[in-house]
Write a protein that binds this ligand. Structure first.
Ligand SMILES: Cc1cc2nc3c(=O)[nH]c(=O)nc-3n(C[C@H](O)[C@H](O)[C@H](O)COP(=O)(O)OP(=O)(O)OC[C@H]3O[C@@H](n4cnc5c(N)ncnc54)[C@H](O)[C@@H]3O)c2cc1C
Length: 388
């Protein structure tokens, strides 16, 4: 473990003792991956149960990992984070939605986050997922080059309009916007949208950011192609680097459909690709957001910045972690003068909880990380007890 981030007094200075205890028990429960599976089932049932139970969930799990049901409810958290020099990235939780009404509602919520980001310096980015705005089946068909029916063609036009409206609204409001990366069988379509928007809008600064999942074996080459294209066509590339959240799903589908998985075979290879990409982006004027909870990668980025005399507060580089996790990274980075933000999920409780459990189910690293979280929470609780 990296000792750079062991200062728990800084890490948890935004948290009361009650909040620390709540986090401690939640992470203990999350240490059992099977529980997240049962949790998904229970949450689905619980939503039909009396208000009392919802209240309990809202004051525990929901409060730990979400900003609120609405943007207004997030305000208190946004201000609190700002107080500790941590930016917020409000993330509307809807994804894999169904129906044009739900897609329109997601777009409106995203436009609202853009408006707020334009007014509040505490918000560093807006963010969205394309699957919140259109049907996943439509995206799959488009990526496969399949012929669309007349209805699908109309749905495609609506989706295209929603995506473009978000980009143009963000740029007009001078708000940077990141597009999340999803599964490889729809990602080419997403990449195409983002690439053309970067070319159109990122002329003076990077307003539009794509996400590169470094667990994909083809990503180092794609990143080189992006840098070359940006240089040739004179735009500034913006990239959020992540390892990737859909590894199990990607590998399973590859086995089912008998093709070679696009994911590196080992974690070590993903780690190497991730750190190399950090160096590559920083050396090629790519505006960068590092979405990671990995201490070694964060330390590598800090060292690289120091060795290459890149200012800690450079506008081109920021770090980001999910709200409720890895506070030891976020708050220690902020205290040292780096730009750092929390992804702050918000939305109706039902959607938020399903989103949280889906994330935990798909991404075992969230439950796997609970050991480190527990160690730090315990250390801070003991430190506070001894100084009482
Ligand atoms: C702010 C933020 C935004 C994010 N946005 C996105 C997004 O848009 N799209 C997205 O897909 N994910 C996103 N993620 C999730 C991210 O991709 C990772 O799943 C998660 O952060 C865990 O990776 P890590 O870098 O924190 O560190 P670690 O815990 O060190 O890494 C775990 C990751 O390593 C990889 N890995 C694990 N085992 C293996 C193996 N055997 N072989 C190959 N690779 C392996 C997987 O990607 C796994 O998730 C985001 C994360 C953050 C913090």
């Amino acid at each position: 473990m990296n000792s750079l981030f062991n200062d728990t007094e800084i890490a948890f200075r935004s948290k009361s003792k009650k909040q620390l205890l709540r986090a401690y028990w939640l992470f203990r429960l999350m240490g059992f991956p099977e529980l997240t599976k049962i949790g998904t089932y229970l949450i689905k049932t619980a939503l039909k149960l009396p208000l009392g139970l919802k209240k309990v969930i809202k004051s525990t799990l929901y409060k730990q990992f979400c900003g609120g049901e609405t943007l207004e409810e997030c305000q208190k958290t946004i201000s609190k984070l700002q107080h500790f020099d941590v930016y917020s990235i409000p993330d509307y939780v809807a994804e894999g939605q169904k129906g044009q009404k739900a897609f329109d509602e997601s777009m409106l919520q995203i436009l609202r986050t853009i408006k707020l980001a334009g007014e509040e310096s505490a918000i560093s980015f807006a963010v969205f997922k394309v699957t919140a705005l259109g049907s996943i089946d439509l995206l799959i068909k488009t990526q496969q080059g399949a012929e669309l029916s007349e209805t699908e063609q109309k749905e495609w036009e609506l989706l295209d309009q929603r995506v473009h409206r978000i980009f143009s609204t963000a740029v007009n409001a001078r708000v940077r916007v990141m597009v999340d990366a999803e599964e490889s069988w729809i990602q080419d379509v997403v990449d195409e949208w983002v690439m053309s928007a970067m070319y159109l809008y990122n002329t003076e600064q990077a307003w539009i950011f794509n996400t590169c999942q470094m667990y994909r074996r083809d990503m180092p080459i794609r990143l080189q192609q992006l840098a070359a294209r940006a240089r040739k066509l004179s735009f500034i590339a913006g990239v959020k680097l992540v390892r990737g959240a859909y590894m199990e799903k990607e590998n399973e589908r590859a086995v089912q459909l008998s093709y070679e998985s696009p994911i590196w075979k080992t974690k070590k290879e993903t780690d190497k690709a991730f750190d190399s990409a950090i160096g590559f982006c920083m050396s090629h004027d790519i505006a960068l957001c590092l979405g990671t909870h990995n201490e070694d990668s964060v330390a590598f980025a800090m060292d690289f910045m120091e060795m290459n005399k890149i200012e800690k507060s450079s506008e081109l580089i920021c770090f980001a972690q999910l709200y409720g996790m890895s506070d030891h990274l976020t708050f220690n980075l902020a205290a040292q003068g780096y730009r750092v933000a929390k992804y702050l999920p918000f939305g109706p409780m039902e959607l938020s909880l399903l989103y949280l459990f889906r994330r935990a189910n798909e991404n075992k690293s969230i439950s796997g990380q609970s050991g480190r979280e527990l160690e730090l929470l315990k250390k801070e609780l003991e430190r506070r007890k001894s100084s009482e």
